[in-house]
Design a protein around this ligand. Structure first.
Ligand code: BDR
Ligand code: CA
Length: 309
């Protein structure tokens, strides 16, 4: 299996990303790190522990990272995820303990302990990953690739042009893009193909274990806020798409291209400029996911949930 570290800000869809990373046999989930984004760090960290507790994920260290973006003020996505970043179900008391190391230290230790390069899958703002690459450039060679849910080849969701994870910490996106570590962007353009239809919810409910029961409560809440905030009755389950692409590259088509992030735009800060037509003739610095095999994707999610508790 491919060794992976999941860096997340749970968040409803991040919880499914944790479950997919833990329940898919092609992946070896070595560590989970948390970042502020959908909620304050205290909430996203607790929610990661809750996700592990519900699904019976033990033996994967969970450590807390950045409590704020590199250069901006945090605005949690409470309009989608609720005040505690995991609105909907009653949250159980976590039985999984928090690793005392800071997230960057846990990542460094995990990279060091691995006899092969490790893939990092961030599904929140890139603050932890940028801090790691900035402060520990020697760690770069130990990273196979970074496969990030964030950005967009089209429009945004935090502002008309910026996707939330990019908008929350654009300076971090810039650091990661400049690092030279192989980088894949799994943006809104593809995650909006992973829609939580009524059939999807029924399929997940039919799994019939504790994880799926909790999952359905998450999906119900998430779809209700998506309907209210974005007029989308079928919410897009963004974050697991990045995990799925690592587990099963056939789940999506990709293209090599140029990605830059807008840092100074008056109305466009955090927008990802993706040069799909190569009009700038700049060096290609990223792989960008384009089209999702929707049935294959939900099949991966379903199988992972079945493999959990
Ligand atoms: C991203 O923002 C968050 O609200 C989700 O968890 C996902 O990572 C989608 O824009
Ligand atoms: Ca997220």
């Amino acid at each position: 299996p491919i060794p992976v570290i999941l860096d997340c800000d749970p968040g409803h869809d991040d919880v499914f990303a944790i479950w997919l990373a833990a329940g898919n046999p092609a992946l070896d989930l070595r560590a989970i790190t948390t970042v502020s984004g959908n909620g304050y760090l205290e909430h996203t960290t607790r929610n990661a522990l809750v996700a592990c507790t519900v699904a019976g994920i033990e033996g994967v260290p969970v450590a807390a990272g950045a409590d704020r973006p590199l250069a901006r003020t945090l605005t949690p996505a409470s309009w989608i995820h609720g005040e505690n970043a995991l609105g909907g179900p009653e949250l159980p008391e976590p039985t999984v303990a928090l690793d005392p190391r800071p997230a960057v230290q846990l990542v460094l230790d995990t990279l060091e302990a691995s006899d092969e390069p490790v893939t990092i899958i961030p599904t929140g703002p890139l603050t932890n990953v940028a801090t790691l690459l900035r402060d520990h450039p020697e760690a770069r060679d130990r990273i196979r690739e970074i496969v990030w849910m964030g950005g967009s080849t089209t429009r945004g969701n935090a502002t008309p042009y910026a996707e939330f994870n990019a908008w929350a910490d654009p300076e971090a996106v810039d650091v990661v893009l400049a690092s030279g570590v192989p980088f894949t962007m799994v943006g809104l353009n593809i995650t909006h193909q992973a829609l939580i239809s009524a059939q999807v919810r029924e399929r997940i409910a039919a799994i019939g274990n504790a994880t799926s029961a909790f999952g359905v409560e998450l999906l119900d809440y998430f779809c209700s806020t998506y309907l209210e905030a974005e007029k989308m009755p079928e919410g897009p389950l963004h974050d697991p798409v990045a995990v799925a692409l690592v587990a099963d590259p056939a789940v999506a088509t990709t293209v090599r291209t140029r990605v830059d992030v807008e840092l100074r735009g008056e109305r466009t800060a955090g927008a990802t400029c993706v040069d799909l037509i190569d009009i700038l003739r700049l060096e290609h610095n990223a792989t960008v996911a384009l089209d999702l095999d929707v049935e294959r994707f939900w099949g991966l999610v379903e199988s992972a949930l079945r493999a959990l508790r």
